[in-house]
Design a binder for this molecule. Sequence first.
Ligand SMILES: NC(=O)C1=CN([C@@H]2O[C@H](COP(=O)(O)OP(=O)(O)OC[C@H]3O[C@@H](n4cnc5c(N)ncnc54)[C@H](OP(=O)(O)O)[C@@H]3O)[C@@H](O)[C@H]2O)C=CC1
Ligand SMILES: O=C(O)CCC(=O)C(=O)O
Length: 421
Amino acid sequence: MNALVATNRNFKLASRLLGLDAKLEKSLLIPFREIKVECTIPKDDGTLASFVGFRVQHDNARGPMKGGIRYHPEVDPDEVNALAQLMTWKTAVANIPYGGAKGGIGCNPGELSLSELERLTRVFTQKIHDLIGIHTDVPAPDMGTGPQTMAWILDEYSKFHGHSPAVVTGKPIHVALVMKLVSSSNMTILSDLGGSLGRDAATGRGVLFATEALLNEHGKTISGQRFVIQGFGNVGAWAAQLISEQGGKIIAVSDITGAIKNSKGIDIPGLLKHAQEHKGVKGFHGGDPIDPKSILVEDCDILIPAALGGVINRENANDIKAKFIIEAANHPTDPEADEILSKKGVVILPDIFANSGGVTNIQGFMWDEEKVNNELKNYMNRGFKDVKEMCKTHNCDLRMGAFTLGVNRVARATVLRGWEA
Ligand SMILES: NC(=O)C1=CN([C@@H]2O[C@H](COP(=O)(O)OP(=O)(O)OC[C@H]3O[C@@H](n4cnc5c(N)ncnc54)[C@H](OP(=O)(O)O)[C@@H]3O)[C@@H](O)[C@H]2O)C=CC1
Ligand SMILES: O=C(O)CCC(=O)C(=O)O
């Protein structure tokens, strides 16, 4: 199902549960602004390459819009629209004073050199710089982008507006981190560009805290549970590392290069090293290769999709064996799959809560990492309690609990601000 159709459907279900006025519903659904720009760059060999970049600013009733920028071949306007809308509900679920936005460029970052990626990022920033900013819209990393991308945006934006470190979040902590030469274990507290300690791990750490909160409610702990993770990038790899540190057994992992399985539990630090050295999980000797297409239906307790959207759908929902699905990716589950899984008794922790750790990690105080992580845990626990409260009020599942929570908060802010021209 098209990502926007699916997201709109969930929004409308929540709107009906809340009894929102039809005109308010319509106003919440239409994005504040949609930007589409042409980005042409000279490639390293002197030829030209053209790409299309998008930024959809969905809603700013609760504060400046906020959301990642994705570099991926499948980026399309409907998907960016859906992801922007999800950001609006996500920031509201997290109860932070931000709205929602999302951006992306249709490109394959793996096929571009570092200098080509830098040129592309700078051209994109030139095209959108007057529409983003600390009080309007604050980008961050998403699939295919990271701290280095944010540093280039900061630099390009600052040429037009003066030094503006707060125009993006997810900035590098230290140049060595950008170059991926250090890991969190020996992370320095130097912050060359004002990056927040813990942001790199924040989404994965939020996934850990969200999983703990859910399991706790079911009388379980992370320790001893069998996990399968699709995607071994920023979110998937951090989630894997942190979950395995808590005694969770990661039995299968996949990325674009392939998938590996080890029923006794994969050595995650070993896999991280391998993936860095070989640009992917393929060829790791600590497990057996399996068909990446089967990763979502592997026998496990907890499935964590941490890559693309729409991967859990009516084609595979019936075959899923996990008892819990933690949506680290954005909109990994189609509404049709939601229905099938609900009938099977599978509990789904929805994206707009489960992966909100990244966007929650905004602070300008240069807190130490322990303080950042403690605050994140508090936010995630509070969020889970709030979502459960809405489930009780509206007699609904966790996805609708999160949607009604987010939509209600945004609707209230919208009504309070009014429409007078
Ligand atoms: N970064 C963040 O802070 C946040 C991200 N998210 C969401 O989490 C998800 C992952 O984002 P992030 O970790 O940042 O992205 P990354 O680009 O860092 O990692 C994505 C991972 O998914 C893998 N992948 C891509 N396509 C496939 C596929 N078809 N099958 C299996 N694996 C695949 C990639 O493989 P390879 O590297 O080999 O291409 C990579 O391992 C996205 O849905 C994103 O929107 C949500 C909240 C915040
Ligand atoms: O940190 C942010 O602003 C948003 C991260 C993001 O894109 C997401 O949560 O999907």
